[in-house]
Ligand binder design. Structure first.
Ligand code: KIV
Length: 255
């Protein structure tokens, strides 16, 4: 088992919850590191909150490489995990080749979306020495087929599939698993049944940790915020106010 996997299992054994956030650039990564976050995810949510696409399906490996480099330069000793974007991990060999580019850019681990169907990719990555954060439940890279963000695990069939996926990614070697918008009771049932930590997003407090898109935490994407995100700051308004004051000062002949 690699160091990352050992460390995360230990956190879980000790009942120490994991606090994770996304970052996409150097200053944010540096601020997150200095604030003591446990894990920085260079998420492919980059596509939406930084690049201005409607979803994550236009994000490329080159995008992720570029932003991983920026984050890694600011992240200090904090674990940097980067998303493998859509279309870059169709086979185990492709997953390893794509992940190696992210590792060269500074990622210490990668995340990919899917359950039992991506177990061969998780096995290959782990065998290649690249730690894997799995991601089950709602899968944003499949948003177009799904027709929107939908809570997962409502039906008995769906709940069973999620239980199977959780076991499959653990057995394949993932060091932890993100569970996105899963019925809270189901997430609370799965979490203690796994040896690896679960990191929830919109899946309730029964998970072993939580992750959020930074922009949702600090109010930097005011046009859309998921219902489950609890904002701790509202930075869009003071930013706009500073811009208005600056523009007025300049137009008045000052600076
Ligand atoms: O891309 C992302 O930011 C993510 C998190 C929301 C888990 O996958």
């Amino acid at each position: 088992m690699n160091d990352t996997a050992t460390r995360f299992r230990e956190l879980k054994r000790n009942g120490r919850k994991i606090a994770a956030l996304t970052a996409y650039d150097y200053p944010t990564a540096r601020l997150l590191d200095e604030a003591g976050i446990d894990l920085i995810l260079v998420g492919d949510s980059l596509g939406m909150v930084v690049l201005g696409y409607p979803d994550t399906t236009s994000v490329t490996l080159d995008d992720m490489v570029r932003h991983t480099g920026a984050v890694a330069r600011g992240a200090g000793n904090t674990l940097v995990v980067t998303d493998l974007p859509i279309g870059t991990y169709g086979t185990p060999a492709e997953a390893v080749a794509s992940a190696q580019r992210l590792v060269e850019a500074g990622a210490q681990a990668v995340k990919l979306e899917g359950g039992a169907e991506v177990a061969p990719q998780i096995r290959a990555l782990t065998a290649a020495g690249i730690p894997v954060l799995a991601h089950i439940g709602m899968l944003p890279q499949h948003i177009r087929e799904e027709g929107g963000y939908k809570v997962k695990g409502r039906t008995a069939e769906e709940a069973d599939a999620i239980r199977r996926d959780a076991g499959a990614v653990q057995d394949a070697g993932a060091f932890a698993v993100v569970m996105e918008i899963i019925i809270h009771g189901l997430a609370a049932e799965i979490s203690p049944a796994l040896r690896i930590p679960t990191i929830g997003i919109g899946s309730g407090d029964g998970c072993d940790g939580q992750i959020l898109v930074l922009h949702d935490l600090v109010g930097l994407f005011p046009w859309f915020r998921p219902k489950f995100a609890v904002p701790r700051a509202e930075l869009a308004a003071p930013l706009a106010q500073a811009v208005r004051e600056y523009a007025a000062a300049v137009r008045g002949g000052g600076h």
